[in-house]
Design a protein around this ligand. Structure first.
Ligand SMILES: Nc1ncnc2c1ncn2[C@@H]1O[C@H](COP(=O)(O)OP(=O)(O)OP(=O)(O)O)[C@@H](O)[C@H]1O
Ligand SMILES: [Mg+2]
Length: 209
């Protein structure tokens, strides 16, 4: 119950971050894509809030599953199905759990990463959200093994995602629309890597970390 409330707080904070950074994400996507990433993410998270409103999800996994369904049904293109898969895999990893340990959170982020890689076929260095999510999963695992709390695990994941997103700037893209640009994609941050950082940062902040 307490963990479900905390998860709902995380989701609300993520939705608020997508609202706040909508223009910024769309501007990044205008540089190397089609300029819709901020609007896509904002629309998806508003749909997630609507889906959750007035419902009382019994577990954190149920809350994450609702987010996944909203993202898949309301966000087209690349990011909708990819983030939808990420939230679905995180939900499956936490299935049936009423309380969440730091290890559970780390495993959920790892499962999200595995889902995105399986679905999108991107590896690290391809200039996608994987460049933020992969270091995030590793940092979360390390923080959990070091005995950190749930909020600190999110914070560690967010900081690693931030560095991963920054590191996409000089890269050329091998996946997604940006890959059509060749060398011209270099010099710009990948919007999906940036949104991954913003989501994890919002989660950490809602947990007081
Ligand atoms: N195959 C992939 N694997 C992982 N992430 C991907 C892949 N393709 C695209 N992305 C991510 O999706 C982001 C773009 O999301 P957006 O919401 O703009 O969808 P889109 O406009 O359909 O995508 P795109 O412009 O890349 O075709 C990219 O910045 C990248 O991080
Ligand atoms: Mg786009």
């Amino acid at each position: 119950m307490a963990a479900t409330q905390a998860m709902l707080g995380v989701i609300q904070s993520m939705a608020a971050a997508m609202e706040e950074h909508r223009k910024h994400l769309t501007n990044l996507d205008s540089e190397i894509g089609d300029g819709d990433h901020g609007n896509n993410m904002h629309r998806g998270f508003q749909a997630a809030l609507e889906r959750l409103e007035g419902t009382d999800p019994p577990t954190p996994a149920d809350a994450l599953k609702a987010v996944s369904m909203a993202l898949v049904s309301k966000v087209g293109g690349a990011a909708g199905p990819l983030y939808g898969t990420a939230f679905l895999k995180a939900s499956t990893a936490l299935s049936g759990k009423e309380d969440l340990s730091p290890e559970d959170v780390a495993e959920a982020i790892e499962a999200a990463l595995a889902g995105v890689k399986q679905r999108g076929k991107a590896e690290e260095g391809d200039k996608t959200m994987v460049d933020a999510l992969a270091p995030a999963a590793a940092a979360a695992k390390e923080a959990a093994s070091a005995g950190k709390g749930v909020g600190e695990v999110f914070r560690a994941a967010a900081e690693a995602a931030n560095e991963g997103a920054e590191a996409t700037v000089p890269l050329t893209a091998r996946r997604g629309r940006a890959s059509y640009l060749g060398e011209r994609a270099a010099g710009h941050m990948d919007p999906g890597a940036r949104s991954t950082y913003l989501l994890l940062d919002a989660g950490a902040r809602s947990l007081g970390a």
